[in-house]
Write a protein that binds this ligand. Sequence first.
Ligand SMILES: CC(C)(COP(=O)(O)OP(=O)(O)OC[C@H]1O[C@@H](n2cnc3c(N)ncnc32)[C@H](O)[C@@H]1OP(=O)(O)O)[C@@H](O)C(=O)NCCC(=O)NCCS
Length: 240
Amino acid sequence: MNGLLSYTFRDLNRKKYPISVTASDFTRPLTVTLRDGATVLLRTVAPHDKQRLREGVAQLSGQSLYQRFFTSFVKLTDEQLRYLTEVDGVDHVAFGALDVGGEGQPGVGLARYVRLLEEPNVAEAAVAVVDAWQGRGLGSLLVAALGRCAAADGLTHFRGFILEENRGLLRYLNALGAATRHSEPGLMQVDLPLYTRPEDTPPTRAGRHFAEALRRLQGAAISPAQEPPVAARRGGGGER
Ligand SMILES: CC(C)(COP(=O)(O)OP(=O)(O)OC[C@H]1O[C@@H](n2cnc3c(N)ncnc32)[C@H](O)[C@@H]1OP(=O)(O)O)[C@@H](O)C(=O)NCCC(=O)NCCS
């Protein structure tokens, strides 16, 4: 199965890019209001998010799990949790969205990219939003935030591997200017150009939708304080 972000955990043989410019401006926690008025905290994923991630995955339906991980039963191992939360912030960047109004600020969406060594301008990206939060603009917001960060670091495209049956998403990405091709039976490889300015998105419904996400990011407030980690909230001893 293709995909650095699936659970094959192949050796990424990651090297650091010496002129990386992953600007702190693009990774500061942001408070963003969605179009239905809900507020999320958008921030980079941290090692203390392991429990939050576990709980978030449990909120995904079988179908969403299948579309993201290509299997509808996901029980994250410690190794997988480490991989998904202990990112280097350079070649592997991850943003999470927390529900500010929810008890303990649960994780409701997650997006990440891993830069491809063989194509340094391209990163493999993946995103998931818990079912109760889908269709509210959060997926686009996460990809827009991730894309802004990636573009600041010299990347030009995100590559995704998307099931052919995930037709709604494929239609959306096509209308957003993505190039798609068959990768293997049932799986499409999708290369999406990175947009950082609302005026650069295509004049399609998807383009306008994504432009709205970029505008929301521009209008976002830098968040004053980090929320407590899940374990600390419960009086636990922490994850590490
Ligand atoms: C794909 C996903 C992240 C989108 O998140 P979201 O918060 O619903 O995204 P948005 O609200 O910004 O919607 C973006 C567009 O996605 C399209 N879309 C995504 N999934 C769709 C689906 N299953 N059916 C129809 N449309 C879909 C819609 O066209 C929507 O645009 P619209 O509101 O203008 O119609 C979310 O559906 C999800 O987590 N799915 C399961 C995991 C997955 O498929 N990940 C992608 C592969 S890594």
